[in-house]
Design a protein around this ligand. Structure first.
Ligand SMILES: Cc1cc2nc3c(=O)[nH]c(=O)nc-3n(C[C@H](O)[C@H](O)[C@H](O)COP(=O)(O)O)c2cc1C
Length: 310
């Protein structure tokens, strides 16, 4: 079976499955594996390490012949030349997130790029559509990473946004397999983005301790930090984040020893961003296995649902 949606058409990919941009993680090793497996790998900029990111984008050309994208995480990359930077690298697809969609959309689109903006609410979705984006990544509050403090679960947010906009929608938050992908499509999405699932992929560069914490974690093992201030974030429950959960304003300084967590495996060294979907991830698998089993499960699910009609 083959799948065709506006997302596969616009992004020129076999499967409408994107790997989420994630600081330090979404680099060429992981992103090229996703693009080679038929999905869309995305390179991050939220680490702010633009020189390294440039090298990573250059490596993509040698590691895959398939399309890939770049994320501009606006709150983290304030470099006024970020649009030129992305255009100069020959990138064709960009997601913009954590910021105002009116800021870069015109410039990116004038340079011929396809632009999707990440939104956590209906109001943000309407604003992005008005700004002229080609599509939206609709991000439910169950997902990992930076979040709107007034978080809305995908089950409510996705059908709400999809009923009010005509641009194609990629669902993010809680997507891990075929049934969750099919559910997102039932709610109006034409593509999905996986974050936490990809942190635990074989090709993900993070330390095995983080992957094992995802495999062992229950659906209740995340915390929401900064419920009453910004930035809100969803992360793995550890001693450190359990303490921070009760603080009024968790500053970015708490991300202090990122390298010790990401690559040294010390889960208490910083904040490990993960979503509630850790409760549904039971093994470390290769990107190829994840994408194949997701597509198989997607087709099985829509076939099973078809049997309810007569
Ligand atoms: C470790 C981690 C880092 C993330 N960093 C970014 C980022 O730099 N830019 C962004 O737009 N989203 C970021 N996100 C959010 C993801 O793009 C994605 O929307 C989210 O993980 C989807 O939910 P899931 O974790 O349930 O799959 C991050 C998520 C995680 C888990």
């Amino acid at each position: 079976m083959a799948i065709s949606t506006r997302v596969t058409e616009l992004l020129n990919v076999q499967y409408p499955i994107l790997q989420a941009p994630m600081g330090w993680i979404a680099r060429s090793q992981l992103a090229s594996a996703v693009s080679n497996a038929g999905g869309l790998g995305i390179i991050e900029t939220s680490s702010g390490e633009l020189d390294n990111v440039k090298d990573e984008i250059a490596k993509m050309a040698t590691l895959t012949k398939n399309p890939f994208g770049v994320n501009i995480a606006q709150a983290f990359v304030r470099d006024p030349n970020i649009v030129d930077f992305v255009v100069d690298q020959g990138v064709k697809f960009v997601t913009t997130s954590a910021g105002d969609p009116t800021k870069y959309t015109d410039a990116l689109k004038s340079a011929g790029l396809t632009v999707f903006h990440v939104v956590p609410t209906l109001a943000a979705a309407k604003k992005a559509v008005e700004a002229g984006v080609d599509g939206l990544v609709v991000e439910g509050g169950e997902g990992g990473g930076f979040k709107n403090p007034r978080d809305v679960a995908s089950m409510v947010l996705l059908p709400l946004v999809c009923s009010e906009v005509t641009v194609p929608v990629i669902a993010a938050g809680g997507i891990v397999d075929g049934p969750s992908m099919a559910a997102a499509f039932a709610l109006g999405a034409e593509g999905v983005q996986m974050g936490t699932r990809m942190v635990a992929a074989l090709e993900s560069p993070v330390h095995d301790n983080w992957k094992q914490a995802i495999v062992e974690g229950a659906e209740t093992d995340t915390v929401f930090l900064n419920r009453f201030s910004r930035p809100g974030l969803r992360a793995l429950r550890t001693e450190r984040t359990t303490r921070l959960e009760h603080e009024d304003n968790v500053s970015m300084a708490e991300f202090g020893r990122v390298a010790d967590l990401y690559f040294g495996g010390d889960l208490e060294a910083a904040i490990a961003l993960v979503g509630q979907v850790i409760g549904r991830i039971n093994s470390v698998e290769s990107v190829g296995q994840i994408l194949e089993s997701t597509m198989d499960g997607f087709y099985e699910t829509i076939e099973r649902l078809g049997k309810f009609t007569r």
